[in-house]
Design a protein around this ligand. Structure first.
Ligand code: NAP
Length: 293
């Protein structure tokens, strides 16, 4: 029976660490970090995500703003708000809640977020820095996965890691993070041999069975089954799928937990850590923008 990777508990630990650091930063500079969230329309899931992020900011002493916009807004109007937030010295981090409505040029909007305020690390400047192994901000969900493994004592250095999913938000940056020479948690949380799989990978199960660490970021319920997992592997489930029986991940939890050495649940796994790493990035952004008077 696998050891459960308790994302909620780890998130509480990280929040405590960030709260102490936010307090120290405030004492030293008189500046309270501030995150501005932009929510277009009223998608119920996005509403919940934004509310949870705001509550988390409050818990650690970070100010937050919510900018609500009509679902019919144009790319030009949204760009104008991003420009305004870029220029506002009171705002340190900008979060554009995705997905945006179809009429909005999403990439164009994300590209306009100032690289020093880009706490999601979606701007090409920050992506490029990650590729080169000199990141400014680490993308929140991949960083959350790395923290989860590190805090559970699962070292990835020299191990075979398989990431299923190649999105710009999760799979691709996660693979980059784990294959680097070093990380914020030291070299044992990096230096993995990483394989990336996707919907065109043939014989997925043969590849996933090679994994010491298997990470699912697919967006399809129960796509990873017990017969796809090596005995004793650490399995991290990034997926969040809304089904009739509630929120489920990409991993068949009940089956895989009998085979794996470690497994993260959904909910209560990677999700809470994603929010923790957003708080961490907002503090980093405030530090980067602070100029001594
Ligand atoms: P995405 O952009 O839709 O990417 C999904 C990836 O999975 C794609 O690379 C796709 O391959 C691949 N894929 C789809 N079906 C597959 C299959 N049958 N076999 C192998 N690969 C397959 O999704 P995402 O943004 O990366 O998100 C992935 C999941 O994580 C979603 O459930 C999302 O809700 C969740 N998520 C959770 C958090 C969190 O905080 N926990 C954060 C972000 C996302 P192709 O590239 O070939 O299409």
């Amino acid at each position: 029976m696998a050891h459960i990777l308790d994302g909620r508990q780890m998130a509480r630990e990280i929040e405590q660490e960030v709260r102490v650091q936010v307090d120290q930063f405030l004492q030293q500079t008189g500046v309270k970090p501030c995150l501005a969230a932009v929510l277009v329309g009223s998608d119920p899931a996005s509403e919940v995500y934004v509310r949870n992020k705001q509550k988390a900011c409050q818990r650690v002493g970070i100010d937050s703003q919510l900018h609500r916009l009509e679902v019919s807004i144009s790319t030009t109007e949204l760009s104008a708000l991003v420009a305004q937030l870029n220029a506002d010295s009171q705002v340190h981090g900008i979060l554009i809640q995705l997905p945006l409505p179809d009429q909005i040029a999403e990439t164009a909007i994300l590209d306009r977020v100032h690289p020093l305020k880009d706490v999601d690390a979606f701007n090409p400047d920050n992506v490029g820095r990650l590729v080169q192994g000199r990141p400014r901000f680490l993308p929140c969900t991949p960083h959350g996965v790395q923290q989860m493994l590190h805090r559970a004592g699962v070292e990835v250095a020299g191990k075979q890691v398989v990431v299923v999913g190649r999105s710009d938000i999760v799979g691709k940056p996660l693979a980059l993070l784990l294959m680097q020479r070093d990380s914020t948690c030291g070299p044992t949380a990096a230096n993995a041999s990483v394989t990336i799989c996707h919907s065109r990978s043939s014989d997925l199960a043969t590849i996933t069975r090679t994994a010491d660490v298997l990470i699912a970021a697919i967006g399809r319920p129960a796509e990873i089954r017990a017969d796809m997992v090596k005995t004793g592997a650490a399995v991290v489930d990034v997926g969040i799928n809304r089904t009739e029986s509630g929120l489920v991940g990409d991993v068949d939890f009940d089956g895989v937990k009998e085979v794996a050495g470690h497994i993260s649940p959904v909910p209560g796994g990677v999700g809470p850590l994603t929010i923790s790493m957003l708080l961490h990035n907002t503090l980093s952004a405030a530090r980067l923008q602070h100029v001594e008077p």
